[in-house]
Design a protein around this ligand. Sequence first.
Ligand SMILES: Nc1ncnc2c1ncn2[C@@H]1O[C@H](COP(=O)(O)OP(=O)(O)O)[C@@H](O)[C@H]1O
Ligand SMILES: Cc1ncsc1CCOP(=O)(O)O
Ligand SMILES: [Mg+2]
Length: 267
Amino acid sequence: MTTAISTGGMLASMRQTAPLVHCITNFVAMNIAANVLLAAGASPAMVHADEEAGEFASIAGALTINIGTLSTDWLAGMQSAAVAAAKAGKPWVLDPVAHYATAFRRAATAELLALRPTIVRANASEIIALGGRQSRGQGVDSRDTVEQAEDSAIELARRHDMVVAVTGVVDFVTDGNRSARIAGGSALMPQVTALGCSLTCLVGAFAATNPQAPFEATTAALATFAVAGEQAALHAAGPGSFAWRFVDALAALDPSTLDLKARVTAA
Ligand SMILES: Nc1ncnc2c1ncn2[C@@H]1O[C@H](COP(=O)(O)OP(=O)(O)O)[C@@H](O)[C@H]1O
Ligand SMILES: Cc1ncsc1CCOP(=O)(O)O
Ligand SMILES: [Mg+2]
């Protein structure tokens, strides 16, 4: 580790508190995201109905909202939850999956951004498009590099007063003033669906434990994924075995190994 941020310490305190993370995620991600959170040491709950999402957000440690399989009913639940989280002073994380793809998603993302997320976590194409530039994204997959998204991330962080995390080969996190890069992971990660969505939920877990430090919390969550991804890739034969090895690697990761292996640098 090359910065003062103790990622291992944050993992340890996250596990100690096992925060309740309210996840409104998509149908594809629900199972793997819940397993990723359990393996890492958090307590996930997938709750999306408008009738209860607001009430639930106010009792959870953090809220995460992902628009991957959006519908009008779900959007209402997302909005109620975001309003309630903000009112209760709880951090919330937005994952604007393929927000550039349709008018419905674009409008929903604008409405959610107006509710002031604490953190946005997305791939490079999503961040470039969110910043108003032309991206090459296709559906939920990025076709741009993180480097190409860094300026957009900084602009967005300043404009909306939030932390922005761009993920890819080397991740980038910024609060508009400070920025960091996190290296690691595996090329197998984008070949397993919904790992980015799962990471968004894990960012929520770290933010729940460190509500006053969303930049550090986000960095620690990304470093946890990067190191677990490297370990899982060591013996994976392909995306299938990588997926279960990744969940095992998260559960086996100890804070001192994380501190030793995390490659976080100030940018
Ligand atoms: N080529 C790669 N090499 C290493 N890690 C990667 C690579 N592509 C993605 N990742 C990692 O996969 C996770 C999900 O990121 P990403 O694939 O960008 O999100 P999404 O699934 O939302 O498109 C992150 O931890 C990221 O660092
Ligand atoms: C395939 C797919 N379709 C709608 S949401 C989704 C999952 C996207 O997951 P990720 O953004 O983590 O790749
Ligand atoms: Mg995604």
